[in-house]
Write a protein that binds this ligand. Sequence first.
Ligand code: CUA
Length: 301
Amino acid sequence: MNPAGPAANRINTLWWLMFGVATFVCLLIGALVAIAIFRRRGPDLRESPPWAKGMVYGGGVAFPLVVLAALAVLVLHDIGALSDPGNQRLTVDAIGHQWRLQIRYPQQGVATANDLHIPVGQPVEVRLTTIDVLHSFWVPQITAKTDMIAGQVNHMTIEASRAGVYRGQCAEFCGVQHANMIFYVIADPPGAFQQWLSRQQQGPSTPTDPTLLRGQQVFESAACAACHAIKNTSANGRVGPDLSNIGGRLSIGAGTLPNTPGALGGWIINAQTLKPGNRMPPMQLPADDLQALIAYLESLK
Ligand code: CUA
């Protein structure tokens, strides 16, 4: 109900129009029912008044036909307008996993997860698919729902008309953690977005701080690197989300927890207690190594 993009604007207007028409029809029917109940009957109940036939054909057939047909035309028109690609200059891949969103900027070679950065006021093409079960991409303040289907790529255009963070939600039941499949669309002014994108293209540099360096070594030598990738390191796992900018993300576990050192530590030690059924196994690490690992991951932005 608080649209922040042209597609959501259109849907919002259509919603209010349909709400208005439905309210009018509901009140009209209510009034007619009330008249029928309370109207004083004539002496002969078998004789219907002369206007009764007109009421049945006019109010019962013609009126709904006209109203529903008019709404159907408007809806079809809006569906057509919503699938208009517009002048897209940027393409993003969003790939559903149980239960997170893998995000790629294919032209720039950037990989991230759950936080979808876009420039304000520019239509962005999103190519949607899934590697496992059905998911659905939905950012209510920006755009309509589109299903993510295995073996098929669905295209949609998203555009935010003002800067901000817009919560997205998987809208197709996809397993026990469906409700914890949350993502965010982060709309930044074009300059700030380009800065973010170039920083991601470069990737993190090798830390000079001894604690952070230790953290990177722990990441590369422990089991982390088997499943996760971090740009410019030897970690190249493909099972879990890419962590090249994990420290800059809004949440941990696709919206399950805020991105704080404490939450990240808890997630590393035993993510199964926080989001049961996700694919991250519990990790046993010496306390010093864990602290260094958390500091290192939080430094990646
Ligand atoms: Cu993915 Cu529900």
